[in-house]
Design a protein around this ligand. Structure first.
Ligand SMILES: Cc1cc2nc3c(=O)[nH]c(=O)nc-3n(C[C@H](O)[C@H](O)[C@H](O)COP(=O)(O)OP(=O)(O)OC[C@H]3O[C@@H](n4cnc5c(N)ncnc54)[C@H](O)[C@@H]3O)c2cc1C
Length: 326
């Protein structure tokens, strides 16, 4: 049997553990915080992510707990339209906790789960060691010596009670407003909730301070922004710096391989990070299932390196345009 250590049980790590055949692989999943309660902010899932979920046999379950994505519109802070697009068929908005639950339920019982933080991947003796450990990956730090870097921007996001139909009558899908060195977005969520997010230049703020700042800063923005911010609560608000991986020229070093944000953490502006994490996991599972480990890792890198790095650059470019909109 081929032994595989997966560091990180987030989107990529759970998806990979779900995709590996228990008859052929001895899988050990190392996650430092498996029971962390997560805020139900949504991920946009594009059709290629649904195809990856189909390879794992869970696409129907994910659709069942998602909201259709419908489309996206971008306006200025004065409400003038910048652009609008219809979402491709089979695009969805899924709350992160629901996606993680469906993936966790698909992990075979033979997978050994360890609750601990891996400090040094060299201590693991798997034939393959997978860094699925997110943007601040210890695997990337140890084998590539390439730490993540802050972009100088930050994101606030949260969930409010009330469906989008009730809070913003007439809005279909996601709507972003760009201006004053910031953006504010509103999108549907499931369960009678609405999702919101904002981004601006980085400063230090608690959720309370971020909301106070937002209410002042976005005061001149269109009415839906105020409606949502009035309902936002600090306990349902997250504040993060936006952090990206540096340019990587390889995803494989010896028996180490990177997937998901460990390989290509990107600005959230294209809504692609979780999608690419799912495609990485499904692709790596497929390569490992058909090739010897060393060949499988090389095949995975050929299929995934350029796409991840390109999307990382493209997402950063959209972030810069949005945050420089007058
Ligand atoms: C504001 C914002 C909005 C976003 N919106 C979208 C969107 O609409 N669509 C989309 O596709 N993506 C979106 N993303 C991106 C998405 O969140 C990530 O790309 C996705 O979570 C990556 O999955 P991952 O498994 O690589 O990392 P994670 O989901 O971060 O999982 C990493 C896991 O590794 C564990 N871990 C870390 N270090 C260790 C260690 N040393 N030992 C053991 N365990 C460890 C962590 O606890 C965690 O569970 C957004 C991100 C942000 C910040």
């Amino acid at each position: 049997m081929v032994a595989i250590d997966i560091i990180g049980g987030g989107v990529a790590g759970l998806a990979l553990a779900a995709g590996l055949d228990p008859q052929r692989f001895e899988v050990r999943l190392h996650e430092r915080a498996p029971d962390r309660r997560e805020l139900a902010t949504v991920y946009g899932l594009w059709p290629h992510a649904l195809r990856a979920l189909q390879m794992l046999g869970v696409d129907e379950k994910v659709r069942a707990c998602s909201h259709p994505a419908l489309g996206a519109a971008v306006s200025t802070s004065a409400g003038r339209s910048i652009g609008r697009t219809r979402a491709p068929d089979d695009s969805w908005l899924v709350p992160r906790p629901d996606l993680l639950r469906v993936l966790a339920e698909a992990v075979p019982p033979t997978v050994q789960r360890f609750t601990h933080a891996i400090l040094d991947p060299a201590t693991l003796d798997g034939d393959v060691v997978v860094g699925a450990d997110g943007v601040h990956s210890v695997t990337r730090a140890a084998a590539w010596n390439r730490p993540a870097r802050r972009t100088g921007a930050m994101a606030f996001r949260g969930v409010v009670d009330g469906s989008i139909e009730d809070l913003v009558p007439g809005q279909q899908g996601l709507h972003e407003f760009w201006g004053r060195g910031s953006l504010f977005g509103i999108s549907p969520n499931t369960g009678g909730r609405t999702n919101w997010f904002a981004s601006t230049r980085e400063f230090r703020a608690t959720p309370e301070e971020a909301l106070e700042w937002s209410r002042r800063h976005f005061a001149g923005f269109p009415t839906p922004v105020h409606t949502v911010l009035k309902r936002a609560e600090p306990g349902h608000t997250l504040v993060n710096p936006i952090v990206e991986t540096p340019m990587l020229r390889s995803l494989v070093r010896g028996r180490h391989v990177l997937v998901g944000d460990a390989a290509h953490a990107m600005s959230p502006n294209l809504g692609r990070g979780a999608c690419e994490a799912l495609v990485d996991a499904a692709t790596l599972a497929q390569c490992l299932s058909t090739l010897a480990p060393a060949d499988a890792l090389r095949a995975y890198e050929r299929r995934r390196l350029i796409r991840g790095q390109t999307l990382r650059l493209a997402s950063g470019a959209v972030r810069r345009v949005a945050l420089h909109w007058p």
